[in-house]
Design a protein around this ligand. Structure first.
Ligand code: ZN
Length: 86
């Protein structure tokens, strides 16, 4: 009979330990990672302005991604490319 009681106590404490271990895990997943909030900035090759990735106008040149502050800078860049290549 005492053995049964001991097993019951062991199960009870084992349950408590598992619960205390699982609780901080759930709270750890709750806060969002800071990496997602960090906005990467790119330098506009035309005017030299730094623009954040979400505000930038993205252009493509030889498979390379280029970031411009506005559409006009993108057009200027393309114009310059045409002048240098021809
Ligand atoms: Zn610009």
């Amino acid at each position: 009979m005492i053995r049964l009681l001991l097993w019951g106590l062991l199960l009870y404490f084992g349950y408590r330990i598992v619960m205390s271990l699982t609780q901080p895990r759930t709270s750890r997943t709750a806060p969002p990672t800071n990496r997602e909030n960090v906005t990467t900035t790119h330098k506009d090759p035309v005017c030299g302005m730094y623009v954040s990735e979400e505000d930038a106008v993205v252009g493509n040149h030889n498979g390379q991604r280029l970031y411009f502050c506005s559409r006009t800078c993108l057009d200027k860049y393309k114009e310059n490319l045409d002048h240098t290549q021809t």
